[in-house]
Design a protein. Sequence first.
Length: 231
Amino acid sequence: MTLTNNLKLLRKKKNLTQEVLASAIGISRSKLAGYELNVNPPLDTLVKISDTLGVSVDILLREDLSSYSEYKLRELLETDQFLRGRKLRILATTVDDQGRELIEVVSQRAKASYLAGFADPEYISELPRFALPFLPTDKKHRVFQVDGDSMLPIPDGAWIVCEYVDDWLTVKNGERYVIVTEQDGVTFKLAYNRIQSDQKLLLCSANPIYPPFEVEIGQVREIWKYRLAMS
């Protein structure tokens, strides 16, 4: 069975004992041993296995990883995590006294330090924050202040409400996103998804005087989808 073989292979590739992997997944060692023999795990456990091992459920079920070369297997493990942003999925957030998530505000001044602090709960807790009752509660939102005239008609200084993108492969061509990268920090652009073909995003300005540029997906730290602007 492909899943059985892949599970055992990946566990050994990552130098994990059955006990350690079972603990990370939240199951008993005996259950994991059964999955490595011939027992099919339930769907929720399969998803946890996928997240813990860093590969998609589709790959676990469909691909025979034992047929992969050492290079191809290593490339798969690195690429599958980065393409979806899973390896960097540490989202610091704040809540009110009733446990409801608040919307943090990243001003033009705060952008300079955001790249260093976006995953730091203490840094995020020091940002101004508020609530908008009409936004969906099952999504995480953050407000960024626009810097410059590259995204007209949204003007310099406007505040934009954005929704956190959990899966980077869902980025839609020609739509507006805030992209946080190692090289450029916080950038508001039109994005074109070239992740699967080139492992890159093409970022374009709405103002044609600014040339488009590409960013390697390995440089991306967060992606936020534009929802609405407030002057």
